[in-house]
Design a protein around this ligand. Sequence first.
Ligand SMILES: NC(=O)c1ccc[n+]([C@@H]2O[C@H](COP(=O)([O-])OP(=O)(O)OC[C@H]3O[C@@H](n4cnc5c(N)ncnc54)[C@H](O)[C@@H]3O)[C@@H](O)[C@H]2O)c1
Length: 235
Amino acid sequence: MKIALLGYGKMGKEIEAIALQRGHQIVLKVDEHNASTFTQEELQSADVAIEFSTPHTVIENIKKCIAAKVPVVIGTTGWYEEFEMIQELCLQKEGSLFHATNFSLGVNLFFKVNSFLAELMNKYASYDVEMEEIHHIHKLDKPSGTAISLANQVLEKIERKKNWSITAQNPDTLYIKDVREGEVPGTHIIKYKSAVDDIEIMHKAHNRKGFALGAVLAAEFIIGKKGIFTMNDLI
Ligand SMILES: NC(=O)c1ccc[n+]([C@@H]2O[C@H](COP(=O)([O-])OP(=O)(O)OC[C@H]3O[C@@H](n4cnc5c(N)ncnc54)[C@H](O)[C@@H]3O)[C@@H](O)[C@H]2O)c1
């Protein structure tokens, strides 16, 4: 495959390494220095684009891919309040889009464990539930996209929790504690606490390889397909 990397930072470079290992070619690399100058022709030289940029630049890049009729895999987080608009545009233009707040196989298995545990714990009001997410100091968005996905799963199953918050701590709010330290790739913990014991589940990424491999697998998957896809279509 010929790949366009929209966003050539920590993740873009990790994805490049894995894509080359799998025999693919990188035909375009975009970052803040050439973001305003790359052309539709350059983008159309690619079979697929992989977008890991910033919350402020992702929407423009998605629109460029849809206009150029180039399938796009989106890893950037912090933009999902615009998701409905993008979904509508993609379907209207018969585009191809694959999005995930977390591309790692491990986290997507963890999503299934989280949902199952929340369903179990709904019956036991003696347990309060809260979350913690830990990431490197450069991360722009709070809470992480993965934490939002995990929190929405808990809210879906635990009736006594009505919303999530990174500030408010009250009985019907799922509190998410955000920690920013060092170069942590991404750790997510869900804690059920009671007077007699605690139950905790945790996913801890050791590096970015899991995210990068998942993104390349998603790019291989989306070639030749129209519509909107997620990790549930891949796993
Ligand atoms: N979905 C996942 O599995 C997953 C995993 C890790 C990170 N992420 C998300 O991916 C995004 C990137 O993470 P990162 O660690 O690589 O960040 P980073 O800061 O290392 O890289 C971002 C890159 O985007 C470039 N950029 C700036 N403006 C641009 C534009 N208009 N077009 C293209 N590129 C532009 C910057 O120059 C930089 O190289 C973040 O939103 C992060 O939360 C998602």
